[in-house]
Write a protein that binds this ligand. Structure first.
Ligand SMILES: [Zn+2]
Ligand SMILES: [Zn+2]
Length: 169
């Protein structure tokens, strides 16, 4: 069982990285492969802003899986497949260190854009546990969980388990 490690990043230029993202989306076709590589590399280093409260996010690593967690509301951003990868790791619920009441409040916020590619995200219910509704980006396939949602996602309750057995066709 691992411990979550908070990684620090030296680059902190959120407005610039927002601009860069837009620039990247619109002019992607026109860039040479070397330029594209350069922009992609910069974007990977740039810090993300929380899609819910616009605060800075920090990188947290848990047994090799790197996710981004909001410093303020403690919501968690997962790149494609990372939520399932992390769910499979023993003890990984410890990365969800936020207050679930804050998460419930932040869950009410609608019309949020993807922090990575700025596409408007959709609300998606988990297939196994329908009461967990998170923000999902159809474009880059990332997902945002409010504080407490990942813990919930990780722990399938006995009730969820029973429901699953009875609902199964
Ligand atoms: Zn936040
Ligand atoms: Zn996206």
């Amino acid at each position: 069982m691992g411990i979550p490690i908070v990684l620090s990043s030296s680059i902190d230029t959120s407005i610039f990285s927002c601009f860069l993202t837009l620039f990247y989306i619109y002019l992607k076709e026109k860039l040479s492969s070397a330029q594209r590589e350069c922009v992609t590399m910069y974007m990977k280093k740039a810090k993300l802003l929380c899609p819910k409260c616009s605060s800075h996010m920090e990188k947290v690593e848990y047994e090799g899986v790197k996710i981004e967690r909001c410093k303020k509301c403690k919501g968690i951003w997962f790149d494609m497949m990372e939520k399932d990868e992390l769910k499979a790791k023993h003890g990984s619920e410890s990365v969800d260190s936020g207050d679930k009441d804050v998460g419930k409040e932040s869950d009410k916020k609608k019309n949020v854009n993807c922090p990575k590619c700025l596409t408007p995200m959709i609300r998606k219910a988990d297939i196994e546990q329908k009461h967990i509704v998170y923000e999902y980006c159809n474009s880059c396939h990332g997902a945002f969980f409010d504080a407490g949602e990942f813990k919930d996602f990780k722990e399938e309750t006995i009730l969820d388990y029973i429901k699953k057995i009875f609902i199964k066709k």
